[in-house]
Design a protein around this ligand. Sequence first.
Ligand code: WTA
Length: 643
Amino acid sequence: MNAEAVYPPSAGFSRRAHVGDLEQYRDLYRRAEENPEQFWGELAQSELFWFEPFSSVLEWHPPNVKWFTGGKTNLAYNCLDRHLNTPRAAKTAILWEGEPGDQRAVSYQELHRLVSRFANVLKARGLKAGDRAIIYMPMVPEAAVAMLACARLGVTHSVVFGGFSSEALKARIEDLGARVVITADGGWRRGKPVALKTAVDEAIQSLDVADVIVLRRTGGAVRMKPGRDHWWHDLEADAGDVCPAEPLDSEHPLFVLYTSGTTGKPKGILHTTAGYALHTTLTMKWVFDLREEDVYWCTADVGWVTGHSYVVYGPLSAGATTLMYEGAPDYPGFDRWWSIVERHRVSILYTSPTAIRALLRQGDQWPDSHDLASLRLLGSVGEPINPAAWEWYHRTIGKGRCPIVDTWWQTETGAILISPLPGATPAKPGSATLPLPGVIPAVVDFHGKPVPRGEKGFLVIQRPWPGMLRTILNDPARYESQYWQRIPGAYFTGDAARQDEDGYFWILGRVDDAINVSGHRLSTMEVESALVRHPLVAEAAVVGKPDEITGQAVCAFVTLKNVDRDHRDLGAELRQWVTHEIGAFARPAEVRFADALPKTRSGKIMRRLLREIVTSHSVTGDVTTLEDMAVVSRLAAQHDDEA
Ligand code: WTA
C-alpha cells in the first residue's frame, strides 16, 4: 500500500547518532508516555543549569501549565556561562557573515563578554526583570546579543522581523508596552541598505518610548532625538564586563513573539524560561543530532520563531557553532548560500521549502560549482515540503548522503514537535514522520474523536509539553478559546493532517484563515484589515493562491467605494499600501477588482469560493446560499486580468 519512497537512515549516520535506531526511539517514546513527569524531570536536571532546583515538574490546570516550578534558572546563563569552564570557552559561538562579505567569529567567551556589557547598558537605562523591550534588528551578532542580554536580566523581549513596516512595529510596541527599542541604522539586503531606524521613528511618534538604542551597521544617515536615542557603541563604551545572570523563576516570561491569528490583530505568543530552554536544547540533540565539531546553519531570521529557537537559544544552549548570515540568498549570485556552506564548512543546514524551491529553479550549476562535502544533515521547516523539492535537496545538496529532517512545529509550540530523528527514523519525502518523545499528537474530528488512519482531520496535541506557549499576552480568553476550546481536551494546532498506516504524520496545511507564504504564516484577515484602511477600498477578501515557489501567494479581491474610479493603477497602489501597513512579505501577488464579493445570506464572505476561483478558475460545489450568483461568475471570468 505504501506508494511513497522510503529513505532509511544510513548505517554510517546511525552509528554515531544520539538516537541510533527506531527501537531506541520507541523506547524513549514509551518511557515519556508512561511517566512524563519523570521523563521531563530527569532531562531538565541533566540538560540545564539550575540556580535552585525545581520542586515540581508539571502543574497542569488546562489551559494553564507550569513546568519546573520552584526552580530558578536563566537561559542566557545556560547559553553562555555554563560553557565557560569547558573547552567550549574558546569555541566559536556565532559565525557571522554580512551580506557585503564582512565576517566575524565570536567565541563563547567573547559572546559572554558582549552580552554582559550590553546587559549592563540596559541596566543603566533602568531596565530590570519584568520590563519589556522590542528588538528590531538586522541579522547581525548584536541581534543575538540583545536577546541574550534581555534574557540575562529577565527583561521580556519581543523581536520584530526587520521586514515589518513601521505600522506593524507600532502595534507590537504598544501591545507589549515596551519602554525600550533596540534597533540599528539598517541592514544590508541585495546590495542596498534597508533602513530600520527611520521605521522606528515613525512607529513611536505618538508612543511613550523612553529609550531607543541604535547599532551602527550600514552607516546610513539617521536622525537621533536627544535624550531618547543613543548609539549602542556610546552606551557600551561606559559599561562594565561583569553582569551576573539573574536567577529567574522557571515560568519567568522570556519572550513574546507576535504571530498571525484568525483575526486582523496579531497575537503575542508568550514563552517562558525553563520549559522553553529544555525543549530547544533537547531538540538540538534529538533532531539535529548536534556534535561538538558541527557548524550549524539555520537560515531563518531572528524575527521569526525559528530564529529564536534554532539560530540563538537552542544552538547556544547546546554549545553549537551557529552561523548567521545577514542578507539575501541570491546576492550577489544564486550560489551565495552554497559558497557559505563551502567556505565555512557548514555541516547542518536548516531552511524552508520555499528557499529550496527558489534555489532549485536556478539550476544545479550553482550548487555544483561548490564543494558541499561538509554537509551531513539537512532540515526543512515552515510548510509542507513537496516530494520534488525534497528529492532535489536530498540529491543535489546532500549528494544522497545526508538525512533530511522535515520538522513540524509552530510559534506556539516553541520548538519542534514532529520530526524524524535522523539516525533512527526512515524518512518519507513530504511527511514530518513521527512525534518526538513526550509529544502526543492525534488526528481527530470536530468532537476530538480520532479519525481512521489515512483520513484527513485536525491535528491536535493531547498533552502539555515543556516548550508550549503559556498564553496570549493581554488576552488570556483568546488563548483559551483559540487553542483549548476548539477540540475537546486537546491543543488545537490549526493544521489539517493525516496519519498513514505507519503512523507517520502528513501535514496538509492550515484549516483556519491563515495562509503560508514562503513559510511565513499570514492571516488573511490581517491583510484584509490593511486593505480596508485604504480610503478607496470598500471591502476586501484575501485568499491563498497556489504558487510554485512560495507555496501560497496572497490574492486579494477588492471592491471600491467609488465604482467609477479607473482602477488600472490602483492594483499597484494597493500592493504598496499593504507593504506600508504590514511589510513587503505580505504584499499581494495579485489584486482583483469586483463589483461585489460573494456572500452568504448572513453576510459572510464565501472565501471557499474565492479560493476555488484562484485555484481552478471555476466554482464547484454548493453555492445555494450565495447572495448573488452572478458575482461569482464575473469573478471567475475575470481571472488574471489584473495580475
Ligand atoms: C506550518 C514555523 C508542514 C504549519 C516554525 C504550522 C509546516 C505553521 C511545517 C506554523 C512542516 C511548519 N510541514 N507544515 N514541517 N512546519 N508548518 O508559527 O501550518 O511560523 O501550523 O512556525 O507552519 O508557522 P509558524
